[in-house]
Structure formats: C-alpha cells, structure tokens
Design a protein around this ligand. Structure first.
Ligand code: G3H
Ligand code: ZN
Length: 277
C-alpha cells in the first residue's frame, strides 16, 4: 500500500469521530510490531520517530528509511511522522526523506517566540506539501519534568492556530510523558472546550499514562491523534525480561526480540480497537 500522509489519516479519523493511534518507533522491531498490530486490527496508523530517537541513532537517515520502507509494504494505510522536533534542520531532513508530516515542538519557548518559530516552520513545510503539528502548553514529563498540572488555554490555542497556520495542535490536558502507570487524570471538560474552540484536530501526547477507558473518552470528547510510546516499550521490554529470565544461556537476539515484537503487535492491535471506538 502506498505511503499516506498523516493529514489524510487524521482528517478521516476526525470526520468519523475516531481516534488514530500514533506509535513511536525506536528500533526496527517496533516499526514492524506497530504495523503488524495495525494490520491485525484493520486500522490505519502513524509511525513516528522522535528527535530523541534520532539522537539515539545518530541520524534520521537509516531509521527513517527503514520505517518508510515498512510503511510502504503495509497492508493498511500507514503514515510516517517526525515527532517532537525542536530543530528546523531536522524537520527539513525529514521532509527531504519523504516524511509526510512533522511535529515542531517549540512549546518550551515563551508564547510569542513559539508563534514565530512555529509559523516559520509551517510556511516551509506547507511549501513542500508537509503537514505540521505543533504544541501549546507543554505536556509535562519531558526531560524529567513531571507536570501533570499544565493546561492549554482554549482561547490562546485558537489564537495560536490562527497565527501559525498549523494543521493540528498538541494540547496539555492532564497527561504527562513517560508515565509507567496508567492513572493520569485527564481534564475531559477542557478537551471538550478545546474541541469547541480550536479549528484543527487535537493531539493527545503522553497517552501511555492514560487508562483504556479514558483513552476512549478522550476521543469521544474530541481528541483525534493519540500518541503512545512508553507503554509499548514497557510491553516490549517485559517480554524480553521474561524470555531471558527463562533462558539464561540464550544469546540469539531473534529469540527474545521476536517474542517481544509479537507481544507489542498484540497490544497495538488492542489499542487500535479502543481508539477506533
Ligand atoms: O510524542 C509522543 C508521546 O507523547 C508519547 O508519550 O511515552 O508517555 O506515551 P508517552
Ligand atoms: Zn509527546
């Protein structure tokens, strides 16, 4: 199936009141697991690579090309997205590689500076046909800052979208990045207020910390793109631990990465079902 743009998948999900899973790829097996899970669920999916993951690999090229190849070979619609980019150079690199969308994250900057930097990136990306997500009201937890109290103001969010021309907005509504427990308290009233005020699709970050039933409710209240990373790492790593604990002399990496990939695919399929509603 040919690669599809995140914009198209998000628009389709939003039009039907469905959620769209956007899962983070760190290594090849995660990209394969996410696509296998989406295929099992018969769901479209976004494969996203964060700037942190690029730093881990040393460059976007190899992991980016591999992820694009996996997306192109999928039996369901798959988009490839650059996640949490703070560098305009990395955004340009992703666009040149063939990514159809990017998230430019200037959320740690003061409001006017965020607007200026985001608007610049949007202009360049749109000229290249690339869809842009940005963030207002930093979602807590990144770089070790656990701040579930951060909230995006609906009026400011609408103003930000108008001033920058972004295609989707990541908002702070009570979730926090990298949680290992699924007990974040989402502000559903705020999600509904943002949905009523902001003219572009909304993105929930830090969704690993959100319980299944709250993911469904967040979508019903107006969230469309739902970003999940840490939870898949937990499933993957738990399986690796289990396999290695039962086989202390095992050295063939396929013997523990394979089962971890399978367990992750099963969880992706389950999550896609919840998000679809
Ligand atoms: O951009 C990626 C997400 O916000 C993932 O957050 O690791 O808490 O699921 P998470
Ligand atoms: Zn995020």
């Amino acid at each position: 199936m040919p690669l599809i743009g995140t914009g198209e998948l998000v628009a389709e999900a939003a039009a039907h009141g469905r959620g769209l899973g956007a899962f983070n790829v760190i290594q090849l097996e995660l990209a394969q697991a996410i696509v296998a899970g989406a295929e099992a669920a018969g769901a479209a999916v976004v494969l996203q690579i964060s700037e942190n993951a690029v730093r881990y690999h040393g460059s976007l090229t190899a992991i980016g090309r591999a992820t694009l190849a996996i997306a192109e070979a999928a039996a369901v619609p798959v988009a490839v997205h650059l996640d949490h980019a703070t560098s305009a150079e990395l955004v340009a690199e992703a666009v040149a590689l063939g990514f159809g969308s990017v998230m430019f994250d200037a959320s740690t900057l003061e409001y006017q500076e965020n607007v200026r930097a985001t608007a610049e990136v949007v202009e360049r990306c749109h000229a290249a046909g690339c869809w842009v997500e940005a963030e207002l009201g930093e979602v807590g937890g990144k770089d070790g800052v656990h701040a579930p109290g951060v909230r995006t103001d609906p009026g400011e969010a609408a103003e930000f979208v108008a001033a920058t021309g972004v295609d989707a907005l990541a908002v702070a509504v009570g979730s926090s990045h990298a949680m290992l427990t699924r007990d974040a308290a989402l502000d559903f009233e705020l999600i509904a207020a943002l949905r009523a005020t902001v003219p572009v699709p909304l993105v929930l970050h830090g969704s690993s910390g959100v319980a299944d039933e709250h993911l469904g409710e967040a979508v019903r209240r107006g969230m469309t793109k739902v970003n999940i990373a840490t939870h898949l790492n937990s499933v993957f790593t738990a399986t690796v631990r289990e396999v290695l604990a039962a086989a202390p002399v095992l050295v063939d990496t396929r013997r523990y990465l394979g089962p971890a990939r399978e367990a992750t695919a099963t969880e992706v399929a389950r999550l896609c079902g919840i998000l679809r509603g």
